[in-house]
Ligand binder design. Sequence first.
Ligand SMILES: *[C@@H]1O[C@H](CO)[C@@H](O)[C@H](O)[C@H]1NC(C)=O
Ligand SMILES: *[C@@H]1O[C@H](CO)[C@@H](O)[C@H](O)[C@H]1NC(C)=O
Ligand SMILES: *[C@@H]1O[C@H](CO)[C@@H](O)[C@H](O)[C@H]1NC(C)=O
Ligand SMILES: *[C@@H]1O[C@H](CO)[C@@H](O)[C@H](O)[C@H]1NC(C)=O
Ligand SMILES: *[C@@H]1O[C@H](CO)[C@@H](O)[C@H](O)[C@H]1NC(C)=O
Ligand SMILES: *[C@@H]1O[C@H](CO)[C@@H](O)[C@H](O)[C@H]1NC(C)=O
Ligand SMILES: *[C@@H]1O[C@H](CO)[C@@H](O)[C@H](O)[C@H]1NC(C)=O
Ligand SMILES: *[C@@H]1O[C@H](CO)[C@@H](O)[C@H](O)[C@H]1NC(C)=O
Length: 648
Amino acid sequence: MKRVLLFSLFTAAAWTHPGEVRSYAVHPFAKFKNLASGANTASITASAPTPLECFQVAEPVLTPLGATRRDTSQPPALAPADQKPIEAAADSAGASSPCAVVLMEHTFANSYGAPFVGNYTPPKCDFDHVVINFTTLVRGRQFDRTGVMYLGDAEVWRTSTAEPTSYGIRWEWLKDMTAFQSLWKQPQTLVFDLENIVDNTYTGLLNTTLTATFFQAAGKSKVNGGRYHPADLIIPISQHLGAAGKPSQFVYPAQQATDTVEDFPRNANRAVFTVDVKGQGNEEFWWSNVPQSAAHAFDATYGEYPGYSPFREVQVLVDGHLAGVSWPFPVIYTGGVVPQLNRPIVGIQAFDISEHEIDISPFLPLLCDGEPHTFEIKIVGLDDDGKSAAVLSTTTDDEWYVTGKIFVWLDDERSVTTGTLGALDPTPPIITLSQHLTQNATGANETIEYSLFVSRKLSITSHVKTQNDQGAVTWSQWLTYSNKGGVFNFGDDNLNSFYISGADAATGPSTTYATSYAYPLFSNSTADVSPQGNLTLWAQLDQGLHVEVSGDAVFPTGLEGFVATGIVSAKDAIRGSVLSTWRNGTANYYRPGDNSYSIGAGRTHQVFSFGAVNPSGPATQLYHRDVSAYNDTITADHVKVAGRGVTG
Ligand SMILES: *[C@@H]1O[C@H](CO)[C@@H](O)[C@H](O)[C@H]1NC(C)=O
Ligand SMILES: *[C@@H]1O[C@H](CO)[C@@H](O)[C@H](O)[C@H]1NC(C)=O
Ligand SMILES: *[C@@H]1O[C@H](CO)[C@@H](O)[C@H](O)[C@H]1NC(C)=O
Ligand SMILES: *[C@@H]1O[C@H](CO)[C@@H](O)[C@H](O)[C@H]1NC(C)=O
Ligand SMILES: *[C@@H]1O[C@H](CO)[C@@H](O)[C@H](O)[C@H]1NC(C)=O
Ligand SMILES: *[C@@H]1O[C@H](CO)[C@@H](O)[C@H](O)[C@H]1NC(C)=O
Ligand SMILES: *[C@@H]1O[C@H](CO)[C@@H](O)[C@H](O)[C@H]1NC(C)=O
Ligand SMILES: *[C@@H]1O[C@H](CO)[C@@H](O)[C@H](O)[C@H]1NC(C)=O
């Protein structure tokens, strides 16, 4: 059970099989702290020599080698024999070695408020593609931690760390950073914020290496008829603390995530807002939070429950008008629910939290008027009356890390975009809630069960005139949410059956972009505490993600490596990409009241499929992986690239 505090800063327990269970709600845990206070100090037995390789199952990424695996549990070159390698950029001195730069080699110890700060200078080589490689080695005991990378004031990547073993873990993550090309072409302050704590209990130092490889693949990697080029300008919506060597994210709701842009370019022909959010504390497991009216239902037996309902909406506002929304993907970090679910196969997006793209081009007639404009990111849940009435709340519990960016494509310098703004401010979502609280014979609240459905449609159409085009420009979204959930056993057990699906589209005279997505989550978790304080956790967690993307996406779709190497031909008129994955797991955990040791094991099975969507006929499968693990060991692993098996 996720909210139980197993290890506090005041305990120093031995363990045979660590996995740090995250906990934030304070009230019920004082008793565990007291029970644990007499614990023994850790005695670690002789370490195994090789660290465990952890990984997030993901499609390959384009590097100078071609379509490249993202973790060492797969063979280095994934493509079949007919893959043609890409040339890495030669530096201007004519050397033929890949143009690779070490951006950071750093140990994160007590690094709250102490990010790595470096000066980035663009390499002396021509490049139109950038890929980074983040490799981490950590041994000991540690929670999952949040890492955010900034170029100046702009967040470019948000990750989280895997939880170590006493004998060590290692992981790699490769990320295509081509979308940020305009930032990579300029000198930047690189800020890498990875908030770690090291003390007698939490011994894991995060030893990291971050490299960037610059290369040329334009003309080879282009899908969608070769029209895509990275944004000309990226405007960060952040606290702008990069020059001071500080992370620029907002901490919401303590801080309002608002930023005024004084000089939005008047010659913009397309603008896309991307949002990056991560729930922490009482918001980490927002998808299992209770209706706000029930936040105190289990005070007597469990403590305060995180509230504002299990629904969250991230809103993007332009000058106070709602421009679009993101209903977040419920990322389970590696300490989440029961840690043994997430090692060595970490959860979907745990190493790379995706950013929702919201096309704000319909706002260009307003944004290009030469005046200052204000952008705001708001996160809301629901307020309810204890029965069936619920409305969007104005805030959430603590807390969310939030940044945004505007990707802008420009016309010639003197061009001014004009037009007529369409009707703004869509109707609120439709919310259907029912809930039922039960008591035992002496009146203690024992269970709450609820059922929540939310749906929302929004659409804005403006007439936009740019240097080369004019016509109707539309952004539309249609989302649905359902969650049948409950809290049982006086607050200790949780059940959630959650589903979000949505479809977004941007259309205009020279732009098309469409995505559809669905993410189911089923979680059933129990916690049992004996009178001596012995704690048993158990969970079943099944989670899926299905995403289709077509048209002019800001971020890479994953097809780039397959197109650049000729595995699929750019001439094949591919319409887009399709990623489909699900993972199912069960895990248990036990720790006696004296906290003298802990044991646990998890079983995880993940199937991942990535392919190209054709204009007609079925999708072409390009990458498929079916991998299983039990008790930290891979028990089966089958990888296929373009229909062919690959062995490790
Ligand atoms: C990523 O970097 C690590 C350490 O710097 C290196 O060992 C590994 O081979 C790199 N991975 C790829 C795919 O280049
Ligand atoms: C991490 O780096 C520190 C030095 O900064 C070193 O003492 C430690 O052994 C390294 N940890 C691992 C697991 O290699
Ligand atoms: C049961 O829950 C309701 C709703 O939160 C609350 O008003 C009531 O005080 C609770 N009863 C007990 C005995 O805790
Ligand atoms: C009802 O639950 C409370 C809290 O767990 C407990 O103290 C009480 O004994 C229970 N009553 C009965 C009749 O079981
Ligand atoms: C949840 O788990 C409990 C304990 O294993 C089990 O009794 C119950 O049937 C499960 N519920 C569902 C809906 O799977
Ligand atoms: C895994 O979970 C998905 C979604 O709940 C379900 O459709 C599928 O049958 C499950 N597969 C296994 C092997 O449990
Ligand atoms: C609780 O843990 C202690 C210490 O390991 C053990 O002696 C005792 O039998 C356990 N009690 C229960 C109810 O599991
Ligand atoms: C898990 O693996 C560890 C170390 O190899 C072993 O000691 C333990 O017994 C295993 N647990 C289970 C439940 O198989």
